[in-house]
Ligand binder design. Structure first.
Ligand SMILES: Cc1cc2nc3c(=O)[nH]c(=O)nc-3n(C[C@H](O)[C@H](O)[C@H](O)COP(=O)(O)OP(=O)(O)OC[C@H]3O[C@@H](n4cnc5c(N)ncnc54)[C@H](O)[C@@H]3O)c2cc1C
Length: 295
């Protein structure tokens, strides 16, 4: 089903979504709006932190930042697309592009779906886009060009989360751990995001540095969760989901060509991710999808 395999660290940035579906939060399965962020710089035993939050973020459009579960949110959003006339085929893999006279004219899907023809193909197949590669728009990745993120969803009662993070109602926060001991000196970071009745705990690292240091990201996650400035936030919680995913990294120099005759590339497939402090890709994925639709 839509969203079954999709990984988002924590915050769905909703500037574009709110333009497409005004006041979407009244009906969409969102978790909490993010009213503030606390940034930590860590050593093994010490932390420096700085926070930003605003009462303005408790009002529409809620800082354009919501925690969501992709498994729930994507199903809701896919229904919206169907209502608008899209025909959805899930549970299949696209193995190749169909070409005629140097133009992409469709895709070759695995299993019963077979060949599917279209006036234009929009490749939204994520960071590892095989379609962009098959169309010759990108080369093989080098480790420098991707980050690896892993995430645990840790269940806690709603009232514990609200007391621990000083929240009320549907307010939420992000804790962002950067530099130093969060990832044992590897380029990357850690995050805790508040959902309604769970926390999303994320560790992400540059793949090249991870390989050079010969470390396992799963070990980094365990060390992160056990860090003195992390463990009290997740204390008593139960891990109910474990996810891992690559993300585009390396900046503008590594972006592919975005089109060829009959094909447009959007979202992570086009490497539209701001891998800065905010690590935002959701709004770029939506904006590029919208731009492709309008082209
Ligand atoms: C650990 C981590 C944390 C992140 N945190 C944030 C965050 O807090 N905020 C934020 O804005 N962004 C975040 N991002 C980035 C964000 O998740 C992506 O930018 C966004 O999901 C991109 O959307 P997309 O639709 O382009 O790609 P995806 O969400 O990756 O979707 C691609 C889809 O295509 C499917 N697919 C792939 N190949 C094929 C094929 N051959 N045939 C059929 N289907 C195929 C996949 O199964 C998937 O469903 C994070 C990413 C990671 C990895």
């Amino acid at each position: 089903y839509p969203g079954a395999k999709n990984v988002l660290g924590g915050i769905f940035y909703t500037t574009i979504l709110n333009r497409l579906i005004p006041n979407f939060w009244e009906e969409a399965p969102v978790e909490r709006h993010i009213k503030g962020i606390q940034i930590f710089l860590l050593s093994e035993t010490n932390a420096v932190s700085i926070g930003v939050e605003s009462e303005e973020h408790n009002k529409p459009p809620y800082n354009n930042s919501f925690t969501v579960s992709r498994a729930k949110f994507d199903q809701w959003y896919a229904k919206k697309a169907e209502e608008a006339g899209a025909f959805l085929i899930t549970n299949t893999v696209v193995d190749d592009l169909l070409w005629e006279n140097n133009k992409v004219v469709g895709v070759k899907a695995r299993g019963g779906e077979g060949d599917i023809y279209a006036d234009v193909v929009i490749a939204a197949d994520g960071v590892n886009s095989l379609l962009a590669q098959k169309a010759g728009l990108r080369k093989d990745f080098r480790p420098r060009q991707v980050s690896l993120g892993i995430k645990e969803v840790i269940e806690l009662p709603r009232e514990v989360i609200e007391e621990r993070f000083h929240l009320s109602g549907n307010e939420g926060v992000e804790l962002k751990y950067m530099a130093g001991d969060a990832t044992k000196g590897i380029w990357g970071g850690g995050n805790i995001y508040t959902n309604l009745e769970s926390l999303s705990v994320v560790v992400w690292v540059a793949l090249e540095s991870l390989m050079e240091r010969k470390l396992k990201v799963t070990e980094l996650m365990e060390q992160f969760k056990d860090h003195p400035f992390v463990r009290n936030y997740i204390k008593g919680g139960k891990t109910v989901e474990y996810q891992a995913h690559l993300a585009p990294d390396g900046g503008y120099d590594f972006t592919p060509k975005y089109y060829t005759h009959g094909l447009l590339v959007v979202g992570d497939a086009a490497r539209f991710l701001n891998a800065s402090i905010h690590y935002e890709g959701t709004n770029f994925a939506m904006a590029s999808g919208e731009a492709a639709a309008n082209t």
